[in-house]
Design a protein around this ligand. Structure first.
Ligand SMILES: [Fe+2]
Ligand SMILES: [Fe+2]
Ligand SMILES: [Fe+2]
Length: 449
């Protein structure tokens, strides 16, 4: 471990995939209050069914992690409402599974779950696979499907146990064609035990899931964390064309400024990780607000301004992000205490946080948005000099920015071009899929204007 300038960075991190998935699920579960705690409840139900059905420890772990993230591909709010319909009146369920499985594919910390997410709405009896001619539907995906439907059927306003017979009735009606018989039988055995229903309602699932099922640990270096953060940033950015490269740009600018200011190699990497993750709290904000075409109302602005708070709560779950969480979460704070949401003043804002605040604004103002063109070099320099003069942003960081403007800007532009290629591949993958093309709302959010 290295301790320098009051913050700690580690050479080696011990982490569980479960912890990362659990922290992300907390954000996902904030989006739709209609089905609060949905991901965590599905993880518990699916894990319990898998255990009861005699699945191996590794299989149970995969099921829990996939369940914690299963609806991560929901891009438009209408989908959430459809997915929360107890009568299964959903038309477009396949879009979110395709997006979700694409975003999770290739993430080393979550191996083997992309296919489970892809098939978590597939009925057991289907003779053909509408999503692929070559994939075989993994059996474990049917467990998530069953757990998902059980949770959707539970009305949040009444005790779950009181609703047991109604739920059993409804599930049994579709059991033969929708669910795997072994999983259905395992559910029936669990349903007899009162504690199963009480556990579903338990607000904090962390202990319940983590200690009821055995989970493996991963050893990660700072480079592994960096790679993971880069892939996670796609989940944050790829929900909309206008922000599709934002986190990558902030990561590149933060890294470059840190390097130019003489920070250590590990600190530079941490600045980059913070750039990738600074807006991770946006996962908790509905995309209708995030990407609204037009002016936000005052209430919507208040919701929007909560995202750095969520970034903090997500990253705060991990010892590995002890330093990074401050750098990433304080990017809307000002030195004079007028920023948000913590109103921290200069003595509480370390250099890393100051760099991230500037990297975020620099990147945002260099990007094209629906309502404005990118700012020119001279107007950016004027803007930042003014912010330094008014004691909003750090003057040393701004001096570095002014002195190396072109170098920093070209690092940003190069990284954003790379991210744009990734985003184009993502769009192509989604738009080549005829199932997604039918969903007009979905296409309008992801399409290039
Ligand atoms: Fe789903
Ligand atoms: Fe779901
Ligand atoms: Fe932000």
């Amino acid at each position: 471990m290295k301790k320098k300038n009051g913050h700690r960075l580690y050479d080696n991190y011990i982490i569980t995939s479960f912890d990362v998935a659990y922290a992300l699920s907390k954000a996902l579960d904030l989006v739709n209050p209609l089905i609060n705690n949905h991901h965590q409840r599905v993880a518990f139900i699916a894990g319990s069914i898998a255990k009861e059905a005699g699945k191996s420890t590794k299989e149970i772990e995969n099921i829990i992690i996939a369940s914690l993230l299963h609806d991560i591909g929901v891009v438009v709010e209408k989908e959430f409402h459809e997915l929360a319909d107890p009568d299964d009146n959903y038309e477009n369920e396949f879009c979110h599974v395709i997006v979700g499985s694409y975003l999770l594919d290739g993430l080393n910390i979550f191996p083997n779950i992309s296919q489970l997410v892809k098939y978590h709405h597939s009925p057991y009896s289907a003779k053909t696979n509408p999503l692929s001619d070559t994939d075989e539907i993994p059996e474990l995906a049917y467990i998530i499907h069953l757990a998902d439907r059980i949770d959707i059927l539970i009305n949040r306003d009444k005790p779950a146990l009181e609703q047991k017979s109604k739920i059993l009735d409804k599930i049994s009606k579709s059991a033969t064609n929708k669910f795997h018989p072994d999983h259905y039988q395992a559910f029936l055995r669990l349903a007899d035990k009162e504690h199963f229903w009480f556990d579903i309602e338990e607000q904090d699932k962390y202990q319940l899931v983590k200690f009821n099922f055995s989970l493996s640990h991963l050893n990660m270096t700072l480079d592994d964390v960096l790679e993971t953060a880069k892939l996670l940033s796609r989940i944050i950015d790829f929900r909309c064309v206008f922000t599709s490269t934002h986190s990558a740009g902030v990561a590149a600018v933060a890294y470059k400024i840190a390097e130019l200011m003489g920070l250590s190699a590990d600190e530079c990497k941490s600045a980059m990780i913070s750039g990738y993750l600074h807006d991770i709290g946006k996962l908790a904000i509905s995309s209708e607000i995030l990407y609204k075409d037009g002016k936000l109302t005052d209430d919507e602005i208040q919701i929007m301004k909560k995202h750095p708070y969520y970034t903090y709560t997500i990253l705060n779950s991990f010892q590995i992000f002890e330093t990074i969480k401050d750098w990433a979460s304080f990017h809307h704070e000002h030195l004079d205490g007028t920023g948000y949401p913590f109103h921290l003043s200069e003595e509480k804002l370390c250099l890393g946080s100051r760099i991230l605040a500037i990297a975020d604004i620099f990147t945002a103002l260099s990007e094209e948005r629906p309502y404005r063109q990118p700012k020119s070099k001279s107007s950016l320099i004027d803007f930042f000099n003014n912010e330094a003069k008014n004691n909003k942003l750090d003057s040393r960081v701004i001096s570095t920015l002014n002195a190396h403007f072109d170098e920093i800007n070209s690092a940003r532009s190069k990284m954003q071009q790379e991210a744009a290629t990734d985003f184009n591949n993502f769009q192509k993958n989604i738009f080549d899929n005829k199932i997604c093309i039918q969903n007009k709302n979905f296409i309008s959010v992801l399409n290039t204007k």
